[in-house]
Design a protein around this ligand. Structure first.
Ligand code: XIL
Length: 369
């Protein structure tokens, strides 16, 4: 009897640590319900429910999801005409099962792009006609499959540089600026009800801000649908300033679209630069990985204070912001542990490695009780 009691007590304590809860307890999504969707990126392992603590956090606190990798072109169409939908199907089914807002990420991107898409067997660029046809097939097959189920798509990801010029991607080399309106047109034709987004990092840079506003206006002038601009939001402890970030929220809203914070995380580590460009990987250096054994309290306090300021900024702009999505669930599974330097221990997300909400999250929830 005593043993049984101690098992019950022990498992209750463990469950408590892992976030088990009463249905009536306030959560992030209830605290932010009248502001915007609060979302998270999910990897396929999480979608499959391999970690029940993650499933618990996701279903309790979030009402929106985006696929971290399984909807990228190299995953969905690794070889021409060979579509692999299993993981994406499971991701969409997960969102539907839990009544979540589902975002598709992403249709046209220079990264995680299979080589066949833009080049022939000798590595030469394909013709503009062939690339247009391949874009159309990819977009209409993918968007068509999830018609009415995926609520919005990151149609084009990361096409503009900080100075406002176009990224010299294969899409740009072959089709010029025209690849962007074409992608939006094909996506709209495949699901006229779906929201369509342009998504990019460092969206607070003045040069990029102006170019993205110009792009939004051009698409609208041509009668093409664009609902929102996604500001990825991979930030760190110094950059960007809240003022710069706010200036961009205002500028995109003034250009006539909604704003979404689509890939929100804040690195607690020293940053070699302000880029989220995947090719910028530095080699591992000890001094760049100072908190392997845990984040010191003083750094944690600064980190939480800055996250709170950002969340308050988003709340102040809730008329323009429709969704805030974190890029991952807990620190342990964040891409920031591997980018821009491999093998670091970072602390960028809303929940820690023990599945506990960070202090600023608890404060946010409490403030709405
Ligand atoms: C990242 C994923 O988180 C990683 O798992 C993957 O190895 C590389 O891509 N900008 C984007 C995201 O738009 O798709 C990227 O996601 C992070 C940067």
């Amino acid at each position: 009897m005593k043993k049984l009691l101690s098992i019950i007590l022990c498992s209750t304590a463990l469950l408590g640590a892992c976030g088990t809860h009463k249905a009536s307890e306030p959560t992030l999504k209830s605290a932010l319900a009248d502001k915007f969707y609060i979302g998270t990126a999910l990897n396929s392992w999480q979608v499959a429910g391999r970690d029940s603590n993650i499933t618990d956090i996701v279903t309790r606190h979030f009402n929106a999801i985006v696929a971290e990798n399984c909807m990228k072109s190299e995953s969905l169409q690794p070889r021409e005409g060979e579509f692999r939908f299993r993981q994406a199907d499971e991701f969409v089914a997960f969102g539907e099962r839990h009544g979540m807002h589902i975002t598709g990420h992403c249709l046209i991107w220079h990264s995680q792009l299979p080589r066949w898409f833009c080049t022939d067997e000798e590595g030469n660029n394909v013709s503009p006609e062939l690339l247009r046809q391949r874009m159309k097939t990819h977009i209409s097959t993918v968007v068509g499959r999830y018609k009415g189920r995926v609520k919005g798509w990151d149609v084009v990801n990361e096409a503009i540089m900080e100075d406002g010029s176009y990224r010299k991607s294969k899409f740009y080399e072959i089709l010029g600026e025209e690849f962007i309106p074409l992608a939006f047109q094909y996506a709209h034709e495949a699901d006229p009800e779906a929201e369509l987004y342009y998504n990019d990092y460092n969206m607070f840079h003045a040069g990029k801000r102006e170019a993205v506003c110009r792009l939004v206006r051009q698409l609208k002038e041509r009668g093409l649908r664009i609902d929102a601009v996604g500001m990825q939001g991979h930030i760190d402890m110094q950059y960007p300033s809240l003022e710069e970030f706010e200036a961009s929220i205002n500028a995109y809203a003034d250009a006539g679209v909604k704003v979404m914070i689509t890939e929100f995380d804040m690195s607690a580590l020293p940053s070699p630069w302000q880029s989220a460009n995947l090719s910028d990987t530095l080699s591992y250096e000890q001094r760049m990985n100072p908190y392997v054994d845990g984040l010191p309290d003083s750094i944690s306090a600064q980190w939480n204070a800055r996250m709170m300021e950002y969340m308050q900024l988003f709340i102040r702009h809730a008329d323009d912001i429709t969704r805030v999505t974190t890029w991952g669930v807990t620190d342990g599974n964040s891409w920031k542990n591997g980018f821009p330097i491999r093998g670091r221990t970072d602390y960028p997300l809303f929940f820690d490695r023990q599945y506990r909400p960070k202090p600023f999250v608890e404060e946010l929830i409490k403030s709405k009780k």
